[in-house]
Design a protein around this ligand. Structure first.
Ligand SMILES: [Zn+2]
Length: 359
């Protein structure tokens, strides 16, 4: 699904096509052709068509994963691409694609066409005082989104990092691809809980979320699945280190990239260089216990309810190899023996000071 960099790219291309000279007047929408009613938010194509007709395009921007087209009179359109939405600006004489769901005709002889194979995309028309973005978190690439603002939002969050990063009320624009990439760059496990982050981890994650998004915007996004923009594909897919690279060697350490499914989201990470801290292991092990077993690597029973965990086997998934686990256990035993010895010695000293004799 397109994320911030992809949506930003579509918005920029669309702006270039509709408003080629900044500050100059944009085209006027003369009508709409709705071929799939559900594409229109509110599912009222007649009201939509009437509402957009005669309005001039004034600006094109983005909020979260929505393309926002400002019209005169304060009205605005939102375009959410969802899984497979694509936007093109073409001469009205161009043959209509069978997957076109909605088109806006312009007074300059062109059309803005929304093509959407899977039909999850939505286009909404709003009045000046509507706020469809009430629930959205801050824009990560906004200069006002400082490290301090990031820390303030993280504090008190107890969820695991992967679901937290893709939560649009936490911060907008991050989805499956860039969450996995940012976590890998930060060397943080996707199942790590937010409340175990040290200040250094918070800073690293902030830095890498911003870095990967900015880099992807520069490369016009990742053309994976159906994503493309009015002026063509992106090339960020060539630069991804973990996303959809299951089984390939991690470029940092050479161990194979793993894939787990958290809820409905495939998550890619390196269990070798994205370790879970001790505090998180017990809870994660409980989660892992609910994973669907896959005897012989099969598709699993699917009979069990709850979270699906696939392609996951052994302690390595928790951030340690069996070998490391053994060493860690020895270390813990040694530490606890040392602690017991020290406690006993301290008790003997205290007893000696008190003038009693310990057995
Ligand atoms: Zn690695």
């Amino acid at each position: 699904m397109p994320e911030l960099p992809e949506v930003e790219t579509v918005a920029r291309d669309l702006r270039r096509h509709l408003l080629p000279d900044a500050g100059g007047p944009g085209p006027v929408i003369t009508g709409a052709r709705v071929s799939w009613a559900k594409t229109v938010r509110g599912e009222d194509p007649a009201a939509f068509t009437e509402g957009v007709a005669g309005r001039r395009v004034e600006a094109v921007g983005r909020r979260g994963k929505n393309i926002v087209v400002d019209l005169d009179g304060g009205a605005f359109l939102t375009i959410h691409l969802k899984m497979t939405g694509q936007v093109f600006v073409v001469p009205a004489t161009t043959p209509v694609d069978p997957y076109e769901r909605l088109a806006l005709s312009l007074d300059d002889g062109r059309e803005v066409r929304f093509r959407d194979v899977r039909k999850f995309g939505r286009i909404g028309l709003y009045a000046a005082d509507d706020n469809p973005f009430d629930d959205l978190g801050p824009e990560p690439l906004d200069p006002r989104f400082t490290l301090r603002a990031w820390r303030d939002r993280l504090r008190g969050r107890r969820g695991r990092l992967k679901p937290l990063l893709v939560d649009q009320s936490f911060v907008v624009g991050v989805g499956n691809i860039y969450a996995d990439e940012a976590l890998w760059r930060s060397q943080l496990h996707p199942l790590r809980s937010a409340d175990t982050l040290r200040p250094k981890d918070e800073r690293e994650l902030y830095r890498h979320v911003l870095e990967i998004l900015a880099e992807a915007v520069e490369r016009r996004g990742s053309s994976i699945d159906d994503y493309t923009a009015p002026d063509g594909d992106g090339e960020m897919q060539e630069r991804l280190d973990v996303y959809q690279r299951t089984g390939e060697p991690c470029v940092r350490c050479g161990h194979p990239i793993r894939r787990i499914v958290i809820g409905i989201r495939a998550t890619h990470f390196c269990s070798w260089c994205q370790r879970l801290p001790a505090a998180d292991r017990a809870a994660s092990a409980r989660l892992l216990a609910t994973m669907t077993p896959r005897p012989g690597g099969g598709a699993g029973a699917g009979a069990r309810k709850g979270r699906r965990w696939v392609d996951l086997d052994g302690a390595g998934s928790l951030g340690r190899s069996p070998d490391e686990d053994g060493r860690a256990r020895e270390r813990e035993e040694r530490a606890s023996r040392t602690a017991r010895t020290k406690a006993a010695a301290a008790a003997r000293r205290a007893a000696a000071r008190a003038g009693t004799v310990m057995p």
